[in-house]
Design a binder for this molecule. Structure first.
Ligand code: C5P
Length: 408
């Protein structure tokens, strides 16, 4: 059974009172064939359509139909033990009860005590599905993270045509698999603290003029968003950027390279991954005028001085096991420059991108990069959306973390 689609998955299946309840018998068959352990809970109305004995036989487990038979607390223990729950068919009544948090039967109580994710497959007459009360309940449940599959459109048991048919078994199985995969992704970087820098810095000559570059912060924001989606704690140190803060990230806005260096040094101590996407200015005006420099004082030269290299300044100050990822945006001799920076900046991985290529670099939604590892490995990637490139960079960073510290 290893390798089966639902191998080792413990599921709660809620069955409600609908003619579609018979389809759930096939659903249990497919789930158990594919490796799942299924515990069925039925509403009172469901037992009028299919007997508990049928589900007990196909699932191989006792069926819960009321709160007062079986050992006390069984519903709480079961709700905490399962990996996920599925309600199929889900009636308008059960959706309403769960949206309101009502726990007046076995299924209602199990759903309220559930720790894992929930997928529902509604089945009802089209008018009931369209009713504003049901619409509001669906919105409430979706906002709480409940996943829906169906209902489909077609002939209904009422004799009418419309939206309300329960989704077919293969569709429910696909939706369940997708939900379980999302849960795994959301936990895959739990416990990591990712410190990301993004965007350009501004090095002011006076209050209204500065030296900068066209970086918008998109690449760094994409890394931060993906790390947060995978369950990491994320601190995003952002140069001036119009982009919204990705959900779940703590954002620190900075202006100059010196501000960015301070923010990185203040937070790197607690980080397990550092991803330096920012296009940090290498130079700044040697003198910053407190007031706007007048045109007539203009002519002449702006003396520049080097900014501090943030990565180099971290040498000897980083926590053990920290994985460091840098970027090399180049316009010539891409790989040679990137390899040199990998060594000079003591990085575990460098993302080399030729910013002269169409669809790569600043201001565009895509990027084309080669990932170069400390071990000399080179992974040349196609042109990719920045979100996809962010995911691949994090895959590598996670693998590197696991090589320095065993996976949890
Ligand atoms: O040397 P270069 O600026 O090309 O190196 C790019 C990499 O170094 C990026 O990861 C960037 O965030 C980082 N960097 C830095 N401090 C600077 C300039 C760049 O840490 N002053």
């Amino acid at each position: 059974m290893t390798g089966a689609r639902f191998h080792g998955v413990r599921l709660l299946l809620g069955v409600c009172g609908s003619i579609a309840a018979y389809k759930s018998v096939y659903l249990v068959r497919r789930l158990t064939e594919q490796g799942a352990t299924v515990h069925v809970a039925m509403t009172g109305a469901a037992t009028r359509f299919v007997t508990p004995l049928t589900f007990e036989t196909v699932s191989g487990n006792p069926v819960m139909t009321d709160l007062f038979s079986g050992p006390p607390n069984r519903h709480i223990e079961l709700a905490e033990a399962v990996d996920a729950a599925l309600v199929a068919p889900a009636t308008a009544n059960t959706l309403a009860r769960h949206a309101a948090g009502i726990a007046d039967d076995a299924l209602g109580t199990l759903l309220l005590a559930l720790r894992g994710p929930l997928l529902v497959a509604p089945a009802m007459d089209g008018g009931m599905w369209d009713h504003p009360a049901t619409r509001a309940n669906v919105d409430t449940l979706q906002a709480r993270g409940v996943a829906f599959v169906g209902p489909a459109s077609g002939p209904l048991a009422s004799g009418l045509e419309g939206v309300g048919r329960v989704a077919e078994v293969p569709e429910i199985l696909d939706a369940l698999e997708a939900m379980l995969a999302d849960v795994r992704v959301a936990a895959s970087m739990a416990g990591e603290h990712v410190l990301v820098t993004a965007g350009a810095t501004r090095e002011h000559l006076d209050p209204v003029r500065f030296l900068s570059n066209p970086s918008t912060g998109r690449m760094g924001f994409a890394v931060a968003a993906e790390a947060a989606r995978r369950g990491a704690r994320v601190t995003l140190v952002a140069g001036p950027s119009e982009l919204p803060t990705p959900p779940g990230c703590t954002r620190l806005d900075v202006t100059s390279a010196a501000d960015m260096a301070d923010a990185v040094r203040a937070h790197v101590g607690g980080a397990s991954m550092l991803v330096m996407c920012a296009a940090v200015s290498d130079f700044r005006p040697a003198v910053r005028h407190p007031h706007k420099v007048k045109k007539d004082a203009g002519e002449g030269h702006v003396a520049l001085e080097r900014t501090e290299d943030i990565l180099k300044s971290l040498a000897g100050r980083t926590p053990e096991g920290l994985v460091k990822v840098g970027f090399a945006a180049e316009t010539e001799d891409l790989l040679a420059h990137a390899r040199r920076k990998l060594v000079e900046k003591d990085l575990d991985l460098i993302v080399a991108n030729d910013v002269t290529q169409p669809g790569a670099g600043f201001r565009v939604a895509t990027n084309r990069a080669t990932l170069i590892g400390r071990d000399g490995s080179e992974q040349a990637l196609d042109i990719l959306p920045k979100a996809r490139l962010a995911a691949l960079i994090l895959d590598r960073a996670v693998a590197l973390r696991q090589s320095v510290r065993p996976a949890r």
